[in-house]
Design a protein around this ligand. Structure first.
Ligand SMILES: [Zn+2]
Length: 585
């Protein structure tokens, strides 16, 4: 189906490519572009680039590229119309002439209704016979009834079909319960409640919709500790944070990331109302984007055990090149009977209160400090050999910092920790920095030296038969994108072009200039076939400076000369070449 052009332009405007891509790929900035590991081929060093300015993506490794619609088509494996619908719903746009197809929105609405009714039923259980065990658990964790109400906590009783029966009475079908992840179908075809004998946490989004549930075991030691809704039409773990519905109203300038839902609830109760949890997954870029709407500071407060340390590491990776200021809070061990015992955020709050917790946040270090500290624990610094190994690893870690001042400060700290001179540490960092630069340069040269990648389109069907002419045709296209006013000087016909693909790109570009539409590669590629869009993305990555009419004429000259050379009549060629020279010169 054809969508109105004005609609497609708005769609592209509202779906910034850097935004869209970064929900799939972790990107970091290098100059004007963003780089990351290509999601379309396997690689260890990033050759996948996104240009926010041109609104395109392009991989130097495998050659894929295009605008935001192409990206969604590729990564979500969607047809063009479906990719457009996908992006429209992402940006909250209504697709023109698309209102007939409203089955999906209807199913979503129905599922949200069911979830809300289920949450009400779980909550109502707290004040009845079914909720005794959950209420005792809340008391044990010192969660006040007022707090339980704020979070809509509830009880799933120890029954096989309590929820199913209650929801059937409200008019919901068994299939709907299964689809919403509230019931499970057994081998015998019968269905039973998914959640039983658990404290229920409705997972609510910023709009107040109940997307799913997380149920905590009421018996210590019962597995799993937290049972979450499966992925459904409305529930996607990557995209939601537990507690965001309340945390979004915080007046604090930082968001506190904790491991468990109970931690979130206790922190809110203690006045730390910006706590959220990522429900059993490590932090995702979707989640950081959600947070970025409300705060620019993140405090990581995971448990001080191997799983928590791993989760912290992964979160730091995700946040490495983000706009966030990151702090890592390491909870001190409690001392019980003279022995250190690990404690989580909830334990700490119960013992010392929110004010002390906040002091801990203010005293916590940034990510480099945290990484140095974790690294330190891996080595026995009393031994010479281990100290040398630590020195090396710390050097590599610090070499990745872009600020020399930061490098110096942390080098001094690492030196102190290892009991070596600051000079020795600085030398090690310097060596690591040099190594890093050398490797980056090598990688760049390797990319640039790939002859086929540099000149020929990746798609064999588009292979240039006349490279010299094709490069001029490419140059022309870039000049017009840099300065659309130049289009009027490009009086060329299809027969002038050596590459049909470049002609298709060129003519679309000229058409857009004439109708005063956007000529950004991202916009142009929406009107192109996938292979052409890919070619456009790769050619617009090549360096070019606006050269005005002079550049345009030089390119046209090359193109026309090449066409003449194809002619077999040599005398004719010689004559025409002289003419071209005197005209163009
Ligand atoms: Zn690739």
């Amino acid at each position: 189906m054809a969508f109105p052009e004005s609609f497609i332009e708005e769609l592209i405007d509202r779906n910034d490519i850097a935004d869209v891509v970064s929900s799939y790929v972790s990107l970091s900035r290098k100059g004007g572009n963003l780089f990351g590991l290509c999601p379309f081929h396997n690689e260890k060093t990033p050759s996948f680039s996104v240009s926010p300015e041109k609104q395109i993506y392009h991989c130097f490794g495998c050659g894929v590229g295009g605008g935001v619609i192409n990206f969604i088509m590729n990564i979500e494996n969607l047809s063009y119309p479906d990719a457009v619908r996908f992006l429209a719903s992402r940006a909250g746009l209504t697709v023109p002439e698309d209102s007939a197809d409203d089955e999906l929105p209807r199913l979503r609405r129905r599922m949200l209704e069911l979830n809300k009714e289920a949450a009400r039923w779980f909550y109502s259980n707290l004040s009845g016979d079914r909720g005794g065990k959950a209420v005792r658990y809340l008391e044990k964790r010192r969660i006040l009834p007022r707090t339980a109400k704020n979070f809509g906590l509830g009880a799933a009783p120890d029954e096989w079909d309590g929820l199913i029966n209650a929801m059937r009475e409200k008019g919901f079908e068994r299939d709907e319960l299964v689809r919403a992840g509230l019931a499970v179908r057994g081998k015998d075809g019968r269905i039973h409640d998914k959640f039983f004998d658990r404290l229920m946490f409705p997972v609510i989004d910023v709009r107040g919709d109940v997307l799913g549930f997380s149920g905590r075991a009421l018996e210590d030691g019962a597995e799993p500790k937290y049972l979450n809704s499966p992925e459904t039409l409305v529930f996607s773990k990557r995209r939601i944070l537990y507690g965001i519905n309340l945390a979004k109203n915080t007046k604090r300038d930082n968001f506190i990331l904790v491991e468990g839902n109970v931690d979130v609830v206790s922190l809110h109760q203690a006045g730390l109302d910006s706590a959220v949890a990522s429900m059993g997954t490590s932090l995702t870029t979707e989640q950081t984007r959600l947070i970025s709407r409300y705060a620019k500071k993140i405090v990581l407060c995971y448990d001080n055990d191997p799983a928590g340390i791993k989760a912290t590491d992964r979160a730091l990776d995700i946040l490495k090149n983000s706009e966030f200021t990151v702090r890592v809070l390491r909870l001190p061990n409690a001392i019980v009977d003279g022995k250190p015992v690990k404690q989580d955020a909830d334990d700490f709050i119960k013992k010392y209160g929110g004010v002390e917790f906040d002091k801990l946040i203010n005293g916590s270090g940034g990510s480099t400090e945290y990484r140095l500290m974790t690294l330190q624990t891996e080595y026995d610094l009393a031994e010479d050999e281990q100290r040398v190994a630590f020195l090396k690893r710390a050097g590599q870690l610090l070499a990745a910092l872009s600020s020399p001042v930061e490098r110096e400060i942390y080098a001094a700290r690492a030196a102190e920790a290892a009991g070596i001179s600051a000079e020795a540490m600085e030398r090690e960092v310097e060596r690591a920095v040099k190594n890093r630069r050398r490797n980056e340069k090598k990688e760049y040269e390797k990319q640039a030296a790939k002859p086929s990648g540099a000149v020929q389109p990746r798609d064999r069907a588009l292979r240039y038969k006349d490279v010299k002419s094709a490069l001029a045709e490419e140059g022309l296209i870039r000049q017009i994108m840099l300065d659309p006013a130049m289009a009027e000087y490009c009086d060329l016909a299809e027969s002038d072009f050596s590459s049909p693909a470049l002609w298709r790109i060129f003519s679309e570009l000229v058409r857009r200039c004439e109708s005063r539409q956007s000529v950004s590669p991202g916009a142009v590629s929406t009107a192109l076939e996938a292979a052409d869009a890919e070619l456009l993305a790769s050619l617009s990555e090549k360096p070019e400076e606006a050269g005005g009419r002079q550049a345009i004429e030089q390119y046209i000259n090359v193109i026309k000369t090449q066409r003449l050379l194809e002619s077999t009549d040599l005398a004719e060629i010689a004559k025409k070449m002289r003419e071209t020279k005197s005209n163009g010169g």
